[in-house]
Design a protein around this ligand. Structure first.
Ligand code: ADP
Ligand code: MG
Length: 627
């Protein structure tokens, strides 16, 4: 409990004691009145002050105003009727404050729980100086520094292991509970927890550019993107509260006036009382509190599964996904190619591979990484100049003074180089050196182990159509599409063609349906922003893709798309449950009050009860089922 909550608890206890004494201990009326007033002021002074401030700031209609008017009205009525029964006003205020206390406690606690799930911020980095470890601010660590990560510590900055081996817990980043073994030479990302051995890590990025910082940045910005339901609720409250106030006024004045006109004696007291009760019940706090909390819990639950959603609006869109469009390389396939052959090369295979790797040295495409790995030797980047990457085609560069091109048939056509087709199934990297065809390297990729299941899971989650778009040759594309069971496949596309395909699909879908595009590469960025929801692969994916996307899958697992859709559906369902439930109970109570069945006591119980249930229901969005 925070200090503020403790103070409120004491106020509630003191007021409750005064209230009970006034109500149940026999005493002269003057004394009991004094006790009631003491209780009322103890418990309600801040509400009265806030209501007054609201009136001064011309923001009259809020729940403080409702409570103040209702309770002061009840007191005035008791004075007017000389009943001396101020219990109702005090009790209403008391219960309202108990409800508020519970709410601030529950909301605060679940917010802390959600943030704790995402608690990946490292506090320090260890640097060894003169044989001693020194803790420094990770922000001050320069790229290329060797830091030491001891067992139990978080890796603060992305880097490469130069010494040691260990097991990493990546659960906070990916939701994956299986630990990952790492050893010298492996890349590690920040936010993982080192479990067993001591690691020396040479940092490859600055702290601000590291994975954790990026994730935290995403998380922090995500709550500012409000969903439509959320925006609806704030607009709703702005119209609703004044509407109830005027209705209450009408309820207090109209029936007695009509009675009077019809010649009957009018019972002012009864109708004023009903109007006041009406005000107590009408508080929209359950909605105002529970809707944003549901979304926050949904985002937190998804985050815990390694699905980062950049705002509640995307959570809402994700729940309506009907078409999922995939990029192939790196998204459905691992993007880890093996070189399976070198054909038609006039030069030595090794030499050709080396040229290819050198020309590709600046590219972040999975093909490039695989060629560099296949080459095996440390590359001397100073041999390469004038690198130009052509999205969806390949790269052109100058290596050792020779102009080298590596890419697909389209690239060769563009350069006017005659190229030879290949009969092996696989992705072909054609090479040209000094404008002459220099043979091709055949590389093959494997589909991700659960890509097939992921497509099936999407179907089960209600996705109507799955489409694969790729820049790769048709032969490979068809082969992969068949293996995975996607509905539609389009091959040999340039980045612009992918946008065109997505636009065509956007035109075909229903008005309320959403289209998601899943990709990983720099050249996917335009499509990612064009789709209703862009989903990027976080681990393999390029920074540009992660930046452009609305949802990031931390562990590149395509299964997580269906999972994300399920989480979003559950969250939206909870939001609607809360809207329908709160409004339903409120409207019923208002009706009961208007016809005189319910009194103010029942009103406050209904109000606090609805709020408690709505908050508890909202917290359910945090829990994601395991399957
Ligand atoms: P995908 O849509 O399957 O992810 P891309 O659009 O990234 O594929 O690339 C399409 C094709 O362009 C690749 O299959 C490859 O033939 C060629 N290509 C793209 N980038 C490179 C590169 N860096 N090196 C060699 N070839 C490349
Ligand atoms: Mg790709």
């Amino acid at each position: 409990m925070t200090k503020k909550q403790k103070k409120m608890l004491y106020r509630i206890l003191i007021a409750a004691v005064l209230f009970l004494a006034a109500k149940f201990i026999p005493m002269p009326m003057l004394v009991s009145t004094a006790l009631y007033f003491a209780a009322y002021v103890t418990i309600g002074y801040d509400i009265l002050r806030k209501a007054w401030k609201g009136i001064c700031n011309h923001q009259v209609f809020d729940e403080n105003f409702l409570m103040a008017v209702a309770t002061i009205g009840a007191i005035a009525l008791a004075i007017y009727e000389k009943s001396g029964d101020y219990a109702e006003a005090v009790a209403v205020m008391l219960f309202y404050q108990i409800g508020e206390l519970f709410q601030s406690y529950a909301v605060g606690k679940s917010r802390r729980n959600i943030t704790a799930l995402m608690d990946i911020r490292p506090d320090y980095a260890n640097i060894e100086r003169d044989g001693k470890l020194e803790q420094v601010d990770p922000d001050d660590v320069a790229v290329g520094t060797v830091i030491t990560v001891q067992p139990g510590e978080k890796i603060p900055i992305d880097g490469c292991i130069v010494e040691g081996s260990s097991t990493l817990n990546t659960a906070a980043l990916t939701g994956e509970s299986l630990p990952r073994d790492v050893m010298t030479g492996d890349e590690v990302i920040s936010g993982c927890i080192n479990m067993t051995g001591v690691l020396k890590v040479k940092t490859t990025k600055a702290f601000g550019e590291s994975t954790v910082s990026k994730i935290l940045e995403l998380m922090e910005n995500s709550s500012s993107h409000k969903s439509r339901s959320e925006a609806f609720i704030s607009r709703f409250a702005r119209v609703y509260t004044p509407a109830v106030c005027y209705s209450a006024l009408a309820l207090a004045i109209l029936p007695p006036v009509i009675n009077l006109l019809m010649g009957n004696a009018s019972a002012w007291g009864v109708w004023v009382y009903r109007a006041l009760t009406f005000l107590v019940i009408s508080c929209p706090c359950a909605l105002v509190i529970s809707i944003p909390l549901s979304f926050f819990a949904g985002l937190g639950g998804a985050g815990h599964e390694g699905i980062l959603i950049k705002g509640s609006n995307y959570l809402e869109a994700l729940s309506k996904t009907k078409i999922v469009v995939f990029d192939k390389t790196g998204t459905l396939t691992q993007g880890v190619f093996e070189v399976t052959g070198v054909h038609h090369s006039p030069m030595e295979d090794r030499k050709l591979l080396e040229y290819a790797a050198l020309a590709e040295c600046a590219s972040s495409h999975p093909i490039s990484r695989s060629l560099q790995k296949a080459c095996g030797v440390e590359l001397d980047r100073s041999r390469v100049t004038d690198i130009e990457e052509r999205g969806g085609r390949g790269v052109v560069a100058t290596v050792d003074g020779h102009s080298v091109a590596a890419g697909n048939g389209k690239l060769m056509d563009e350069l006017g180089v005659k190229w030879q087709d290949c009969h092996s199934v696989g992705t072909i990297v054609h090479m040209a050196v000094d404008g002459e065809y220099a043979g091709h390297i055949v590389i093959s990729d494997v589909v991700k182990s659960d890509a097939r299941d992921a497509i099936a899971a999407l179907k089960r989650a209600g996705v109507q159509k799955t489409v694969m778009l790729t820049g790769d040759i048709k032969k490979v594309a068809d082969h992969v599409a068949q293996e995975l069971g996607v509905d539609e496949v389009h091959a040999e596309l340039l980045p612009g063609d992918k946008v065109a395909q997505v636009e065509r699909l956007l035109g075909e879908k229903g008005k309320d349906d959403c289209l998601a595009f899943v990709g990983d590469g720099i050249n996917d960025a335009p499509v990612l922003s064009r789709a209703d929801i862009g989903i990027a692969m976080g681990a393999m994916g390029s920074d540009a893709a992660i930046e452009a996307a609305d949802v990031v899958l931390m562990d590149d697992d395509p299964m997580k798309i269906a999972k994300g859709i399920q989480i979003s559906r559950k969250c939206i369902r909870i939001v609607y449950e809360n809207i329908v439930f709160s409004l339903g109970v409120k409207l019923t109570c208002l009706l009961l009050v208007a016809i005189g069945i319910a009194n103010m006591w029942m009103g406050i119980f209904a109000d606090v009860g609805v709020m408690v249930l709505a908050v508890l229901n909202a917290i359910r969005a945090l829990r994601t089922s395991k399957n």
